[in-house]
Design a protein around this ligand. Structure first.
Ligand SMILES: [Zn+2]
Ligand SMILES: [Zn+2]
Length: 355
């Protein structure tokens, strides 16, 4: 086994502690990645805050990271030592089912192997995530990081970015499509940037008017204040696509009413049951959809697109030793728009421990 160090939560605690970790020895098709930057996702918070064992313990979160290849297995041909790479929230899949064959490994019928809290398909061990200095990953699930993208700000593309890319792409968003993005957080701000770069006429829907400047800076044409009934009524039936990234449970009705004839509301930010008044779908033949994560071809396409258009997340970069502070602030939604951990401080931790 290989030794590394990371941020782990144990038992009923929700405080992460610096902990020595083991990674598997490289298989023929594995890469060892020095993790430099890892984004802090809402899913990490859910996994940490679940105390009934469902989240799995011990837990090392982190499933959107960038770094550099430090070693390759003998069967690896696509990467060499020194390559900048990125890894998302899936690190393996069955490779044989219809979804995998369609390049939608994120929907693998045999369940994709998650980057943390997943079960390794070959040795049955529980995967430990990217809040650590090293990750060992099958080469198929590592991605080349496009030149010119800041590796810290690119890390969130691997979960937040691909999660909004897939529905925008699947719904055919392009020049002239009228898109509204509800919720301007980690997912939402990337949805705006990508929709704008795709040529869509993009608006933001937010609870309060104070996001108006940010919306414009991100390239949106306007902001609709969801708390203002007049503005919401004025935007009725206006959008071909509404990307709903609001992370708390909420009524979909007001957002469905903004969708145009035959348009789609893609509900991304919140997992769980929703209640829909069917007349909100019936009037205008509207569609309700969802998406999450992405397959390997889409992830490559998304990274290429972001490389061409210089799209990265707006981040707040913190040394990884401040991970608990980042999580506390994320619990209060106090971030614009994504925390990213700089894991280089773990080297210092390792040398201090060794001395
Ligand atoms: Zn995530
Ligand atoms: Zn599969």
């Amino acid at each position: 086994m290989r030794s590394t160090v990371g941020w782990q939560v144990e038992g009923s605690s929700s405080t992460l502690r610096r902990t020595p970790l083991e990674r598997r020895d490289l298989r023929p098709d594995d890469l060892a990645v020095r993790v430099d930057y890892c984004g802090v996702c809402h899913s990490d918070l859910h996994a940490i805050d679940v105390r009934d064992g469902e989240g799995g313990r011990p837990l090392v979160p982190g499933h959107e990271f960038t770094g550099v290849v430090t070693e390759t297995g003998p069967a690896v041909t696509r990467f060499t030592v020194g390559d900048p790479v990125a890894v998302g929230n899936i690190v393996d899949s069955c490779g044989e089912c219809a979804m995998c064959r369609a390049g939608q490994e994120n929907f693998c019928h045999a369940f994709p192997t998650l980057t943390y809290g997943g079960t390794d398909r070959r040795d049955g061990s529980t995967t430990l995530g990217g809040y650590s200095r090293e990750y060992v990953v099958r080469d198929r699930f590592a991605y080349r990081l496009p030149a010119g993208l800041d590796p810290a700000a690119a890390a969130p593309l691997l979960c937040a970015g691909i999660t909004v890319w897939e529905p925008l792409h699947a719904l055919g968003v392009g020049p002239g499509t009228r898109v509204a993005v509800a919720g301007l957080g980690g997912l939402g701000h990337l949805a705006v940037k990508i929709a704008v770069a795709l040529g869509a006429d993009t608006s933001v829907i937010s609870r309060s008017p104070d996001k108006a400047d940010d919306a414009r800076r991100l390239g949106a044409h306007g902001l609709i204040v969801s708390a203002d009934p007049e503005q919401m009524a004025g935007a009725r039936n206006r959008f071909d696509v509404v990307i709903d990234t609001i992370s708390a449970p909420h009524d979909l009705g007001p957002y469905l009413r903004l969708v145009a004839l035959d348009g789609t509301l893609s509900h991304l930010g919140h997992l769980g049951p929703v209640t829909v008044e069917t007349t909100d779908l019936l009037v205008g033949r509207k569609k309700l959809s969802s998406a999450g994560s992405g397959g390997t071809p889409a992830t490559i396409a998304m990274l290429d697109f972001c490389g061409e258009h210089g799209i990265t997340a707006d981040i707040e970069l913190l040394p990884s030793a401040r991970v608990n502070e980042a999580l506390d602030r994320l619990r209060r939604n106090d971030v614009r728009y994504r925390f990213v951990l700089d894991l280089s401080d773990l080297d210092l931790a390792a040398s201090v421990r060794a001395s």
